[in-house]
Every structure is written in structure tokens, then in C-alpha cells.
Design a protein around this ligand. Sequence first.
Ligand code: NDP
Length: 260
Amino acid sequence: MTGLSLAGRGAVVTGGGRGIGAAVARALSAEGARVVVSARTKKEIEGVAAELRGRGAEAWALQCDVTDEASVARLGREARGALGHVEILINNAGDSASAPLRKIALRDWERMFAVNATGTFLCTREFAPEMAERRWGRIVNVASIVGLEGAKYVAHYSAAKHAVLGFTRSVALEFEGTGVTVNAVCPGYVDTPMTDRTLANIGARAGVPRAEALALVLGTSGQDRLTTAEEVAALVVELCREESGRTGEALLVSSGARAR
Ligand code: NDP
């Protein structure tokens, strides 16, 4: 025994090339998990996997587009080839967008659902059955505070994250008693490249510098500050621990913001 809580466990982190996913990959690896880091951009996932291997951990970079059924099936085969068994799945791949309702094109709506909701469904369907057969598994879906409540100008993103929560709760019930737990974490604004893009857009629209865009975002969200990716990762790891029996939960991690 190494004393690390996830020693030897095989984990897949989608969207692991940067932001929250990269922090989750680091945190799982620090607890002894063997980690597959997955996303579309090869250079980013290889960078994170190399960093983990550089610290003496086992890690692999496997490309996958979670919106594509065949790509997820290939990730399944390759991840099992690397890890033997996948025991932990972090459905983190996602994307956000903002626009007033009348400017949301059908393709924008479909893109939000494809990456946030369909990706979570496809990856869970790929890995959960084997976890149940082996009587242990941990699935954590990265949703959002706007999966718990509405917000202006993100109807498509918010609806897709609400879908992630409905999916989480339903699959948690379906797998009750199998040793597989399914939970969601719901971050507010997190300091990642995604939020950088959001702030750049707000700044450009309002004609203000980043600091003012940030103050605007924090003011409307009720957050004291941006949450760090490491804070989200710590909660994800908590839900993956051997002893964690929590399932079907949606946990807020939002630096002071409350879901209404
Ligand atoms: P980033 O944009 O920084 O990272 C997103 C990751 O997802 C990247 O690795 C990206 O890699 C990957 N990704 C995007 N599309 C796909 C796809 N089709 N297939 C596979 N991978 C994909 O975002 P964050 O780290 O900020 O966000 C991570 C998650 O957290 C998302 O689900 C997001 O909705 C959620 N979240 C973020 C918040 C924030 O404030 N930042 C707040 C609440 C929730 P690549 O493009 O190379 O595929």
C-alpha cells in the first residue's frame, strides 16, 4: 500500500489538455491514479501527460472528440489498452457561449448540447457498464452553476448543463448498489482559458479592459473572486475517493456565489 487514496486506479479525464481538466488530471495523478488525458488538441494533452510522467506517474495522451460516437468508442478501446480497466471517468470536456436568445442559431444550440451533454452521455455509456461489472467506479461530470439556475444570455449553455444534471441523477439511480457513484460538480466562474475568452468577449463588447470585465462578471455572479481550477479538482478527487459513498449529487464550487 502506498497510502495514496487512488493508488493504481485507472482514470480518464476528458478535456484534460488545459483549464479544469488539466488540474483534475494533476490532482488524480497526485493521489496515485494512472491517468489518460484526453481532448482534441494533441499538443496540449501530450504536454499534460508528459508533465505527469515527469513526476514519475503513469499517464497517456489519447485524442478524442467527445461529440463523435466513433471517436469515443476508439477512446474506449485505447484507454482500456493503456489502463487495463477504466475505473474513474471525469466528464469535463465542454464549451460555453453567450448570446441573447434571438441571436442563438440552431447550430449554436446544437453545439452546446453536443459537447456538454451528448459528450457526457457517450463517454458514460462507454465506460460505466464495465465499472458496474467490476463493482467499483467513480464518474464525475463537470456541470456548472448555470446547470442549477438560469442566467441571462446563456440559455443554450445553461440548458445543456441542466441536461448534464438530469443525466447525472438518473444514471446515479440506475447504478445504485453496483459500487459505481455518479456525481456532478457545479463551478461558478473559474480561472481558465474558457473564462479568459469570456472576459475578452465582454471586454470587447463593452469596450472595457479585462479588469473591468472581471469586476462586472464577479458583481453579477456574486463571487468574491474567480474560483481556481485546483479548487474544482480537489472536489472532484474528493468524490472519487475509495470511501466516498456520495452519489447523485450536484455540488457547488463557486467562491461565494449561491445558486438561486
Ligand atoms: P477550457 O476551454 O479551458 O478547456 C476545455 C477542455 O475541453 C479543453 O481541453 C478542450 O480541448 C476540451 N474540449 C472542448 N471540446 C471538446 C470536444 N468536442 N471533445 C473533447 N474535448 C473537448 O475550459 P474549462 O477548463 O474552463 O472548462 C472545463 C469544464 O468546466 C467545461 O465543461 C465547462 O463547461 C465547465 N465549467 C467551466 C467554468 C469556467 O468558468 N471556466 C464554469 C463552470 C463550468 P480541445 O479544444 O483541444 O478539444
